[in-house]
Write a protein that binds this ligand. Structure first.
Ligand SMILES: Cc1cc2nc3c(=O)[nH]c(=O)nc-3n(C[C@H](O)[C@H](O)[C@H](O)COP(=O)(O)OP(=O)(O)OC[C@H]3O[C@@H](n4cnc5c(N)ncnc54)[C@H](O)[C@@H]3O)c2cc1C
Length: 218
């Protein structure tokens, strides 16, 4: 368990906040891993929630990108109020999504966070190739790190919007029909991350279209 100071925090969309934390010496984690975190404030120390590292191991700070649910009155609503100098408690680090090779990445909302770490690591090492990202959000205002994703992935990055008509962008849900039209070859590896119903629906559709369940990283 480590108590870590917030070095910087600010909103990067209307409801998503970036946190930069001090990194203790020897602290280890890998792209796609998450930490169980609480707030070092009276009454909040034991309210622990999982969040994914978006920074890389060799950086000299830790970064998290967190959607603030103002109306839940839970941990993220408190995180929304924290500023520089406040402290978070990192309880432990655990593995979630691991990069296993090229494939198609499908993210919904903050489900992009493990992919950000994976893409950053591959981009830095010059190995970001033969992969594509389908990123679903309600509207353009909800996209996290659009410019960086565009820079890293170029034309392999596609946005999908469920609520907004934007010229030049796809405007619909990622469902079976969408997958048939967008992905020709279902023998690829697939990485899927997002809300539970999003991942379930997409994984069911992928398997029904011939994707190998062994090649699904959820
Ligand atoms: C392994 C893992 C990694 C994660 N990484 C990240 C990350 O990097 N960034 C990030 O932003 N999130 C991430 N999450 C999600 C994050 O943990 C939750 O958003 C967070 O726990 C919410 O805490 P809370 O106390 O504010 O809300 P809680 O009240 O605990 O609500 C938790 C969830 O329940 C649902 N919910 C509860 N009440 C309502 C309501 N009234 N209306 C609608 N929905 C409701 C929401 O979907 C919400 O996400 C991750 C989750 C997991 C499992």
């Amino acid at each position: 368990m480590q108590r870590l100071k917030i070095l910087n925090s600010h909103f990067i969309t209307h409801n998503v906040k970036r946190f930069v934390l001090e990194k203790p010496p020897g602290f280890e984690y890998a792209p796609g891993q998450s930490a169980r975190i609480s707030i070092n404030k009276k009454g909040w120390e034991r309210k622990i929630r999982p969040f994914t590292f978006t920074s890389l191991q060799h950086w000299d700070y830790l970064e998290f990108i967190i959607k603030i649910y103002e109306d839940h009155k839970g941990v993220t609503s408190q995180l929304g109020k924290l500023t520089k100098g406040d402290e978070l408690i990192i309880h432990d680090v655990y593995g979630t999504i691991q990069y296993k090779g090229p494939g198609i990445f499908i993210a919904g909302g903050t489900g992009i966070t493990p992919f950000i770490a994976i893409f950053r690591a591959l981009f830095e090492s010059g190995n970001l190739r033969n992969l594509a990202l389908l990123y679903s959000n309600k509207t353009t205002d909800d996209i996290i790190l659009h410019d960086e994703l565009t820079k890293m992935l170029g034309p392999a990055y596609k946005n999908v919007f469920t609520q907004e008509g934007v010229i030049g962008f796809r405007e619909r849900r990622i469902d079976r029909k969408f997958l048939i039209e967008t992905i020709g070859d279902f023998s690829s590896r697939f990485y899927v991350c997002g809300p539970k119903n999003f991942t379930e629906e997409i994984c069911d559709a992928l398997v029904s279209l011939g994707a190998d369940p062994e090649f699904l990283i959820i």
